[in-house]
Design a protein around this ligand. Structure first.
Ligand code: HEM
Length: 150
């Protein structure tokens, strides 16, 4: 189960990133092009929100079954001095939870906004900050905490 979920979580990152980029580009285009906020704009923002929430759910399960996280939690004092263990026990989860919270706030505040421009602005800015945070917390193969591309 652990290996299967880890692969799923790893592959899902690309769907999350593609959806985020599409939603951000569409929101900026709507904002600066003074466009009408359509059902397709809402659908893209919603699918993006759902994809990050699925990633959050898988991540929470992984957090409780991951041998790496468990060994970190067994001795947090030592884990905080270890780059790899600190990343998995604290940095990856904290950064991603903040990112997903901001994306959720962006979606729900856009939903409550009356003007189309305000809807686009909120999605564009909140999703963009979320995207930057998620990118920074992915263990890319070239990072100090490196994992594979898939
Ligand atoms: C959109 C947000 C997220 C992205 C893009 C993401 C991406 C990744 C990637 C690429 C890996 C490495 C997979 C591999 O080694 O093959 C990973 C592992 C992991 N992630 Fe996430 N993650 C996200 C959110 C979260 C959240 C919110 C949590 C916790 C609540 C979490 C917990 C974990 C854990 C525990 C591991 C496995 C550590 C291990 O056992 O090696 N992730 N994540």
């Amino acid at each position: 189960m652990y290996t299967g979920l880890l692969h799923l979580h790893s592959a899902l990152r690309y769907i999350v990133l593609i959806l985020l980029i599409a939603a951000i580009v569409q929101a900026f285009a709507g904002w600066f092009g003074n466009k009408t906020f359509t059902a397709s704009d809402k659908k893209l923002a919603l699918f993006t929100l759902i994809s990050v929430h699925i990633q959050l759910l898988i991540g929470i399960i992984l957090y409780f079954i991951s041998p790496v996280v468990q060994s970190a939690l067994a001795d947090m004092g030592a884990a905080m001095r270890d780059t790899q263990l600190r990343f998995w026990a604290v940095e990856h989860i904290a950064t991603n939870i903040i990112a997903i919270a901001l994306i959720t706030i962006g979606y729900s505040s856009a939903k409550r906004a009356y003007q189309d421009k305000a809807k686009f602005t909120r999605i564009a800015l909140f999703y963009l900050i979320g995207f930057v945070l998620i990118m920074s917390a992915i263990p890319w193969p070239f990072n100090r905490v490196a994992r594979g591309w898939f």
